[in-house]
Design a protein around this ligand. Structure first.
Ligand code: FAD
Ligand code: NAD
Length: 461
């Protein structure tokens, strides 16, 4: 039996940062992962999706060049070349991660999946035992595919599969207008793929505010058929397609055929195959260990959980931050300290982009009832957005009455990624509306739209 001070299960973003943080305090450490290595973000997540979107944006701008009096005639999208670049660049990003892992001594790694057989004991499939004083779970997540979508058979695509396609398909039915569905579905559409998007319950992306959600539905459905609350009657795999029967706007059933069905219906943490029932860990109703988001410590004091595995904030920068906190706390147990968590920030790389910053609207309504004000801004009136031909979307900011402290914001609009950072950084510094209004604003820039919103918000405080 191998005995170690710290075992880290999963060598993705969270696991690797946990390893580096723990390694500062102990040499007795084991990083366990059967692979494929290289992180979800670089292999099948953030990076290949952004590469596909970059190609799609280029095609879209060329197609819309006419509005500026510029003609880009005969635009061709070469599906093979698009996918080749996605994979070539993706492989570089993965290569960088693997290169970074070369500094990890081979004796610190175990390339096998493990399960718990007790609070301190892990076992590989071939019976190898590892006794660990402290354990960090960092096993990530995988797509959650509802049973009825499985009827698409071999025409069912997950994000992992999409990037392996040799060329672009002719048509794709996208299930789930969440973050992945919007990003990949819109990118495919802009590359010339026929896309129809189906949702449930009306949700679009991570948007919490109803007015912004409705604006998003309007915006996206002007570009492709999107039903955020679809009634899908049947999914069937045929010899040459996947057949989707759904209730159309005229209340009649309609059947359409697609090359593929892309399931983007959410992700589930990889904790169900870890043998957690063999431990004393307290689990929530989804089977995820209950944990403290500040320290990442679970109910069994020597076990920590970081990254997508805890399903708290399944984003790259959060996985990295959590890995660092969990690795440090595991190594130094019982000296467990709350780590620095940053203001919540999420960006969807659709067009228009979507961003959520700080507290969610529902929480603001609950926790600041009668003590907050909000203001909304329509990008249709924004000079810079009009110049760029990208004047679609809404932005909302919430602030506490009296103090004027910024509480949260949601943006559907051009370059939301940058405005979102500005707001997140301001919130992290606990700036107020008047603090932000005292900042310089150039002309003509998108930030002037934020200033108009803040002036309006100031009058409501
Ligand atoms: C299509 C897509 C696009 C995305 N885009 C963005 C984006 O633009 N921005 C952003 O912030 N986030 C994005 N994300 C989310 C981001 O990729 C994840 O939040 C992040 O990669 C999670 O890191 P992690 O370390 O928790 O998991 P991972 O990187 O998945 O690492 C988990 C590791 O655990 C290993 N493992 C699993 N089970 C076991 C076991 N039993 N034993 C040992 N090892 C095991 C796996 O092999 C894997 O290496 C995207 C995700 C997807 C799917
Ligand atoms: N830009 C980014 O930061 C980025 C990009 C991609 C993924 N991610 C991360 O990955 C996570 C997972 O992304 P995701 O898009 O899979 O999940 P998600 O939770 O964002 O969206 C899932 C969507 O599927 C819908 N849905 C569920 N069941 C359905 C069904 N049967 N039919 C139709 N629709 C259904 C949900 O209502 C929701 O709108 C995100 O929450 C995010 O944390 C981040």
């Amino acid at each position: 039996m191998r005995k170690v001070t710290v075992a880290i299960i999963g060598a993705g973003t969270a696991g690797l940062t946990a390893y580096r943080a723990a390694r500062k305090h102990t040499d007795s450490i084991l990083l366990i992962d059967p692979g494929p290595l290289g992180t979800t973000c670089a292999r099948v997540g953030c990076m290949p999706s952004k590469l596909l979107i970059a190609a799609a944006d280029t095609a879209w701008h060329m197609r819309h060049a006419d509005m500026f009096g510029v003609s880009a005639a005969d635009i061709q999208v070469d599906g093979h070349k698009v996918m080749q670049r996605v994979r070539r660049m993706r492989d570089r990003f993965v290569g960088k991660v693997l290169e970074g892992m070369e500094s990890i001594p081979e004796q610190d790694m175990l390339h096998k999946p493990v399960r718990f057989i007790s609070d301190h004991l892990l076992e590989t499939a071939d019976g190898q035992l590892i006794e660990a004083e402290k354990i960090v779970i960092a096993t990530g997540s995988r797509p959650a595919v509802p049973e009825f979508l499985q009827k698409a058979g071999k025409r069912l695509l997950l994000n992992d599969d999409l990037f392996e396609l040799d060329t672009l398909p002719e048509s794709v039915a996208v299930f789930g207008p969440g973050v992945i569905g919007l990003e990949l579905g819109q990118a495919l559409l802009r590359l010339g793929v026929r896309v129809r998007m189906f949702g449930v319950g009306g949700a679009v992306g991570p948007i919490g505010d109803d007015e912004i959600r409705q604006a998003a539905v309007q915006c996206f459905s002007a570009e492709f058929p999107l039903d955020p609350d679809a009634q899908v009657k049947e999914i069937r795999e045929t010899d040459r397609a996947v057949e989707v029967t759904f209730i159309h706007t005229d209340e009649k059933p309609l059947t359409e055929h697609f090359d593929y069905l892309l399931a983007a219906t959410g992700r589930r943490p990889n904790v169900d195959r870890l043998g957690l029932d063999q431990t004393h860990l307290q689990l929530d109703d989804r089977g995820v260990p209950v944990f403290d988001p500040q320290t990442l410590q679970c109910s069994v004091e020597h076990i920590f959980i970081a990254g997508d595995a805890n399903n708290h904030l399944p984003l790259l920068h959060e996985a990295a931050d959590e890995g660092g906190i969990a690795g440090r706390n595991a190594a130094l147990l019982p000296d467990v300290q709350p780590g620095d968590r940053t203001v919540p920030l999420a960006v969807v790389f659709s067009d228009p982009q979507i961003a959520t910053i700080g507290m969610r609207p529902a929480n603001i309504h609950e926790q600041f009832s009668g003590r907050f004000a909000e203001a909304v801004y329509d990008f249709a009136y924004q000079a810079r957005a009009k110049v760029l031909g990208r004047d679609r979307g809404l932005m909302k900011v919430w602030a506490e009455t009296g103090s004027g402290t910024l509480l949260g914001a949601e943006i559907l609009g051009p370059d939301a990624e940058h405005l979102a950072h500005l707001l997140a950084w301001a919130m992290q510094q606990q700036l107020s509306v008047s603090d932000l209004l005292a900042m310089p604003y150039y002309h003509p820039v998108l930030e002037e739209g934020l200033r108009s919103l803040l002036r309006d918000l100031q009058t409501r405080l």
